[in-house]
Design a protein around this ligand. Structure first.
Ligand code: SF4
Length: 230
């Protein structure tokens, strides 16, 4: 899914939440918001929040507007309190919230933000590139997430090329193992980019997925407008 226009979101709610419950902390940088999606949280109608900033530079990224922490001119961040207020008003119609990105685990505000959503009675799914297993572990241990989805972008030997940056393969391995053993719903996903991944690569990726864990391979599609909903 690509990010949506922020029109109207910053007007709701008014003042800001006190640092998402983190005294002296920062606000979760939200760069995109979809009020309802039917295909991003399996079995649930869910709102989707896109955080800003990513530590990868995947050459086929669908959300390049979100990679840099500061957005391009004209695309302002969303007020997290306004987003929470809007979700609270619609919680009877929503089964959950997906936090995607960008890479959500880069932000220390992620855990308290997930807790706020859980306090509203909303299930929380986090989408991650798996580069920060220590954060995934904190989310799991805190019971702050109901579902984790992780992209496995390439065989470990080719990871740097597909992620566009140097990646610690052990972090990827650790995240996969943590998610598979967490005892919560989860999914591993791979985007099959024909020009970058061979059939043999996809087979190596499948072997990284622990037995019993779901793995979805989705075909790369050329990017659509950043202001349209998928
Ligand atoms: S991890 Fe996701 S958001 Fe980050 S560059 Fe890759 S595709 Fe884009």
């Amino acid at each position: 899914m690509t990010i949506a226009s922020n029109q109207g979101i910053n007007d709701a709610g008014g003042h800001r939440v006190p640092q998402n419950g983190v005294p002296g902390g920062r606000l979760l940088p939200i760069g995109g918001f979809h009020p309802a999606s039917f295909n991003d949280f399996p079995g649930r109608v869910a709102a989707v929040i896109f955080t800003r900033g990513c530590n990868f530079r995947c050459p086929w990224c669908h959300n390049v507007e979100l990679i840099e922490p500061a957005g391009p001119a004209g695309l302002s961040d969303y007020d997290p309190e306004a987003v929470i207020a809007r979700l609270a008003a619609r919680k009877g119609k929503l089964g959950g919230v997906v936090i995607s990105g960008g890479e959500p685990t880069l932000h220390p505000e992620l855990l308290p933000f997930c807790r706020q959503l859980r306090e509203l009675g909303l299930a929380v799914k986090v989408d991650s590139n798996g580069s920060r297993p220590e954060v995934l572990e904190r989310l799991i241990n805190a019971g702050a997430v109901d579902y984790l989805a992780m992209d496995i972008k390439a065989p470990l030997a080719k990871y740097d090329r597909l992620a566009g940056v140097k990646v610690d393969p052990e972090a990827i391995r650790k995240s996969i193992a943590l998610i598979a053993a967490a005892g919560i719903d989860h999914q591993f996903r791979t985007t099959a980019v024909d020009s970058l991944l061979t059939a043999a690569d996809l087979e190596q990726i499948r072997r990284l997925v622990p037995d019993g864990s779901p793995h979805k391979i989705q075909q790369f599609r050329p990017r659509r407008s950043a202001n349209k909903e998928d």
